[in-house]
Design a protein around this ligand. Structure first.
Ligand SMILES: *[C@@H]1O[C@H](CO)[C@@H](O)[C@H](O)[C@H]1NC(C)=O
Ligand SMILES: *[C@@H]1O[C@H](CO)[C@@H](O)[C@H](O)[C@H]1NC(C)=O
Length: 359
């Protein structure tokens, strides 16, 4: 019979393993220096990304030079990640029919599929975080999320559909099955939205009519057109019908010119996003005008009133002093996530000095 000391030791080792994965501990320190080691087998795991370094969410877009961009983003503490999705439909020697991830069609690689890069790693991470999932569901506790110390924080997976809307959408729905089956997906049950470890949001060619087709269940939410939701403002750019602005990007597919701003609310949408460059405009010379700030405020009010999170893309990122200034204004005005290309600088909050000489 083992001594009670031995039993305690075993329990301790197990609990540490669940929290910190000590077998991979060494690799935690240098993820940025050795991106080629980003793989699920050499899993880097943040020891403590719960530390509140930022008051705003970090949204990581297409960190594709890393083998497993998901892990790099999690490690940087990003609560939101984005993948551009392409359906390759015809059988092809190098590309079997599947959903591929990449900025452009020419950047696709055979192993870079939605399943390999996002779905399988998320299932693996979440299974490790929920070793006794059955127990949790018995006691009615939601499963733990991916973030240590913030188990209720959902990871937002923004899926930017690049290819044909309806067909690709159907494949995305099917690809999410392993997460859905385990109860890891945030869903709407016809009455309320139930928060779970992963919240999937569709953008690009995601069809709004299919997102909302079932009034009693959905686990993919829409990325609403922020510029269309602006509350009253003095700016003529404040509230434009998305169908009048073909450059504005997402928010068009599966809507009609008659779709009212009131169609978008938290039962069907998560983000409200727009192109900063197209709907606010570039700061000239290096400061936003009062009118531009007014438009930002009107957009944020309109989105928040509907329970949606605000995200701008296409915020000028150079020079860095300009980017820092813009990020600081956006955070001050209540933007919910910052789109970051440079993960490290976002987490360091070096942009917090950007408000000198503010409008
Ligand atoms: C994680 O960071 C928070 C905030 O900085 C701190 O309070 C907590 O003790 C840290 N936890 C661990 C395990 O280091
Ligand atoms: C959300 O919007 C839909 C239309 O898209 C509407 O049918 C529904 O009643 C709205 N729900 C809430 C809670 O406002």
């Amino acid at each position: 019979m083992p001594s009670s000391g031995a039993i305690q030791f075993i329990v301790l080792v197990c609990s540490v393993a669940v929290s910190f994965f000590p077998d991979e501990f060494d690799s935690v320190v240098s993820p940025w220096l050795h991106p080629k080691h980003d793989s699920i087998s050499g899993l880097h795991w943040p020891t403590n990304i719960s530390k509140d370094t930022t008051s705003v969410g970090c949204h990581s877009h297409n960190d594709y030079w890393r083998e497993v961009p998901l892990l790099s983003a999690l490690q940087a503490g990003c609560i939101s990640i984005e993948a551009d999705i392409w359906l390759i439909d015809q059988a092809h020697q190098n590309y079997p029919r599947d959903l591929y991830v990449g900025h452009t069609a020419s950047s696709l690689r055979a192993h870079r599929t939605l399943r390999n890069m996002y779905i399988d790693p998320l299932v693996k991470i979440l299974d490790r975080k929920n070793p006794i999932a059955a127990f949790y569901s018995v006691v009615g506790q939601p499963p733990n999320g991916v973030f240590d110390g913030k188990p209720a924080q959902s990871l937002i997976l923004l899926v930017d559909i690049k290819t044909d809307s309806g067909t690709t959408w159907q494949h995305v729905v099917e690809h999410l099955a392993p997460l859905r089956r385990r109860g890891y997906l945030t869903y709407f049950n016809g009455v309320e939205v139930v928060n779970r470890p992963v919240t999937v949001v569709g953008t690009g060619n995601t069809p709004f009519n299919l997102v909302t087709a079932d009034p009693n269940y959905r686990d993919i939410f829409f990325d609403a057109p922020l510029h269309y939701l602006a509350d009253a403002t003095t700016s003529p750019k404040g509230n434009t019908n998305p169908h009048d602005n073909t450059n504005a990007g997402q928010g068009l597919t599966g809507t009609s010119p008659n779709t009212a701003p009131s169609a978008f609310n938290s039962t069907n949408s998560f983000y409200a996003s727009t192109s900063f460059k197209d709907t606010i405009g570039l700061p000239r010379p290096f400061r936003l005008t009062a009118k531009q700030v007014d438009t930002i405020r009107a957009q944020i009010r309109g989105a928040h009133r509907r329970g949606l999170k605000v995200r701008y893309w296409g915020v000028p990122s150079w020079p860095q002093s300009l980017r820092n200034y813009l990020w600081s204004v956006l955070v001050r005005e209540g933007v919910d996530v910052l789109n970051v290309d440079d993960l490290q600088s976002a987490v360091r909050e070096e942009w917090m000095g950007g408000l000198d000489g503010d409008v």
